[in-house]
Design a binder for this molecule. Structure first.
Ligand SMILES: *[C@@H]1O[C@H](CO)[C@@H](O)[C@H](O)[C@H]1NC(C)=O
Ligand SMILES: *[C@@H]1O[C@H](CO)[C@@H](O)[C@H](O)[C@H]1NC(C)=O
Ligand SMILES: *[C@@H]1O[C@H](CO)[C@@H](O)[C@H](O)[C@H]1NC(C)=O
Ligand SMILES: *[C@@H]1O[C@H](CO)[C@@H](O)[C@H](O)[C@H]1NC(C)=O
Ligand SMILES: *[C@@H]1O[C@H](CO)[C@@H](O)[C@H](O)[C@H]1NC(C)=O
Length: 459
């Protein structure tokens, strides 16, 4: 009897113990399952990883990598860094989350502030060091507070030249940086990949059955050739070209390499006023080749994906360069002296050719009012992107640096790319004929998707 009672007592004591142990085990299993499922789930917005570019000086590997592009500038004393820092106090929500002004307070105040900070910095010791900088940087500095250059020529219709009988809003506006003298490039682009009107998309891979297409518009972005460098004034010729084609957008500033950033900010402003229907913009140089039919199909599919159409406000795609350093080689056209700028560049998409949404263009216009102009245009766009918390997407089918000759020999190689840089007008015509001719044979060739390591360029 006694033994029996003891057994019952033991049972009563053990039951809750066993239950507890079971509970712990199940809880443990649940937690582990949860952890693995969050680990597998893709991050919706990957935080940008910073890659240290290998540089010749050899000490970059020990450089401190800041959390964001903006944090690295807090102590630097170069001209641009100082100038921007005084504006950042008012607007940079990354550095000063509590003080940054809202977009609605921005437009009037920032124009004034940009000018004020500029004259304050100019009156300090920087002024004395100014003449040590190269001439083109000095020239940039003396003009960098100005961005309200008037339009000289613009397209007749809204949103660039259009095709006939458009039945829906344009899918893409091709906005191509050109110069007065590059008439041949414009002619080749008009006749080949840059034709306005309906473009039938081409399959981006063999599993795509749906036939898609979209309307394309086109505009060329130009400054003015300086009359001192020229024997004749070619503005009349350009006006005739504009009357004939209706795709010229020209502003009254000198068309130099360090002024190209003006083509971004002035284009955004023109776009916001004249072109609110275009979904995408291709911004590129007049020496790129674009596989327009593939690009159209690609964007069409992107636009249909729910996760992409939700993030259209952030959409930018191209060849993404991370944590590049300023070029310090005096012979390079990208040369930026340490007296002007110190620090890494932000993550940016190579300016030879990049695609972004019309929504993003409008946000870039807004935020650019709080960022002093920078002489390298794609780097400037990258700086604005960081402030918008938008990150450009890298696509290996954008080749804004050159590709190897060997690849060019393969029959279908141009069907695997969306954009390639540095092609002459003659090559554009030849390549366009080539992709038309090989369309049937190469129709199932997928786009390049090799996991290419992101380029580190000191540009
Ligand atoms: C690299 O850094 C070390 C210590 O910080 C310094 O002694 C050395 O001179 C630097 N080398 C170069 C090439 O700048
Ligand atoms: C741009 O800023 C203005 C006010 O400055 C605001 O009304 C507008 O909504 C902003 N647009 C975008 C696209 O952020
Ligand atoms: C900017 O200021 C001008 C005059 O001070 C005013 O007419 C205009 O409405 C202001 N614009 C904005 C967006 O606040
Ligand atoms: C083919 O393209 C479609 C549309 O972009 C895409 O959804 C699909 O994943 C692609 N398939 C392959 C095998 O790449
Ligand atoms: C940019 O354009 C302005 C206006 O034409 C000109 O005064 C300035 O010299 C140009 N800047 C550079 C760096 O060429």
């Amino acid at each position: 009897m006694a033994r029996c009672r003891w057994r019952r007592v033991l049972l009563c004591l053990c039951m809750p113990c066993c239950f507890l142990v079971f509970l712990y085990i199940s809880l443990g299993v649940l937690i582990v399952m949860n952890m693995t499922s969050t680990a597998i789930q893709p991050a919706i917005k990957p935080s940008p990883s910073y890659f240290i570019a290998p540089v010749s000086s050899g000490n970059a590997s020990v450089a401190h990598v800041p959390k964001t592009f903006w944090e690295q500038h807090v102590h630097d004393d170069a001209f641009w860094n100082k100038l921007q820092r005084s504006v950042d106090h008012h607007f940079n929500h990354i550095l000063y989350p509590n003080m940054a002004k809202k977009a609605s307070d921005r437009s009037n105040f920032s124009d004034y502030l940009l000018k004020e900070t500029f004259s304050k910095i100019m009156s300090t010791e920087i002024m004395k060091n100014l003449e040590k900088l190269p001439m083109d940087i000095q020239d940039f500095i003396t003009n960098m507070q100005r961005r309200d250059y008037p339009v000289l020529i613009q397209p007749r219709g809204v949103c660039g030249v259009r095709g006939t009988n458009e039945r829906e809003p344009p899918l893409i506006l091709l906005a191509i940086k050109s110069t007065e003298l590059n008439y041949k490039n414009r002619k080749a682009i008009r006749e080949t990949w840059g034709r306005a009107g309906w473009v039938q998309g081409q399959k981006v891979n063999s599993s795509n059955k749906e036939l898609v297409g979209g309307y394309v518009r086109r505009v060329f972005l130009l400054g003015k050739e300086s009359s001192a460098d020229m024997d004749v004034d070619i503005s009349d010729v350009l006006r005739m070209e504009s009357q004939r084609h209706g795709d010229i957008l020209q502003w009254d500033f000198k068309d130099t390499f360090f002024n190209i950033t003006l083509k971004d900010v002035l284009f955004w402003s023109w776009f916001a006023h004249h072109c609110d229907q275009a979904r995408f913009i291709l911004k590129g140089d007049d020496d790129v080749f674009v596989n327009t039919p593939k690009l159209i199909a690609y964007l069409h599919h992107q636009f249909k994906k729910p996760e992409v159409s939700n993030s259209m406000e952030d959409f930018m795609m191209g060849e993404v360069i991370m944590a590049a350093q300023p070029n310090r080689d005096k012979r390079s056209k990208y040369f930026i002296p340490p007296g002007f700028y110190k620090g890494f560049y932000p993550m940016y998409a190579g300016g030879g050719g990049v695609v972004y949404s019309g929504l993003l263009a409008r946000r870039l216009l807004n935020i650019s009012r709080t960022v002093h102009l920078f002489p390298i245009d794609d780097v400037y766009v990258g700086m604005c992107m960081v402030l918008l918390n938008a990150h450009p997407l890298h696509h290996p089918a954008f080749l804004t640096f050159d590709r190897s000759e060997q690849e060019e020999d393969e029959l279908c190689s141009y069907h695997t790319i969306l954009l390639v840089h540095k092609r002459s007008p003659k090559q554009l015509v030849r390549l366009w004929a080539h992709i038309k001719k090989t369309q049937e044979q190469c129709q199932d060739v997928p786009l390049r998707d090799t996991k290419k390591t992101v380029a580190a360029s000191a540009n």
